[in-house]
Design a protein around this ligand. Sequence first.
Ligand code: RIB
Ligand code: CA
Length: 321
Amino acid sequence: MEQKKIILDVDTGSDDAIAIMLALSSPELDVKAITVTWGNRPVENCVENTLRVVELMNSDVPVYKGCPEAMVRYMNEEFISSCTIVEDGVEYSLHPAYLDLPEATKKAEKKNAVSFIIDYLMNAEEKITFITVGPPTNLGMALRAAPEIKENIEEVVFMGGAINKGNAAPVSEANFYHDPEAAKIIIDSGVKCRIIGLNATHSAELNLDDAKVFDEINTPQTRLAASLLRSRVDVFRRLKQGNGYSDAIHDALAVACVIDPTVITEIHKMRCDIDLGRGLAYGQLVADCRYGNEPDENTKTSVALKADKDKFFKMLCERLG
Ligand code: RIB
Ligand code: CA
């Protein structure tokens, strides 16, 4: 089997952790590096959480610390607080400051993630698939500094964006909302982009019965996935933003579709842009579907709208099991 060479860019994060476990346990992928960005938490927390998961996977994949802030806007504190609730003195967070895993003994590489991305892509023998499941600041900065690196990018697969309904803001999804300028730089670069947004991730939500199946498989990886899934469902219930039974494991779906594209059941080529106005729609993924603006051979962006939950869950059970 021809392995796909990937760089995985994360802001670990509860669903990022499941995405990392899926990527590192799939023979179809050759994970060259994991680069870490700010987002769900400050970048230092995201690095520590990433290292803890990499150690759980007994992997020697190098981890690079990246940008602590977006290219333009400042760290969006209210987003973190909006994913955290304190009840009876107990903090419940969608993305814990530190994952409930042993403190990492492994260290991040000395080189900054942006420098690594530029150096690696400038010298790559083969093209890379770049999977970004946090604010896309690291790749945005790298492309700004060295646009020629796009020649060695096979495809960018985003967990990001949404058509119509957002999460961090009314029509904006968190990753694109956190760094819309970076997302726009990447989309405008002309590199092929597959955008796995909320429409697709919420069509393949995992639920509390799936968490029981993870428990029955009973590996360290499935036990972690079960606990992260349960805590996500619980936090959204407490925030009165969830149904108390299921939730989207967004980032893992972006990895899953690189392993098996058929996990996405509806995807369309669309002319895409990102709203950079500082109004209500800041960070919105705008897909132009008007007559006369149909996609053509120059359209490099596709947007996923639906996924196959059973296929996705089966893949997670097999790989994490
Ligand atoms: O909107 C979902 C995205 O925001 C996921 O990547 C999650 O980890 C958060 O970063
Ligand atoms: Ca993420």
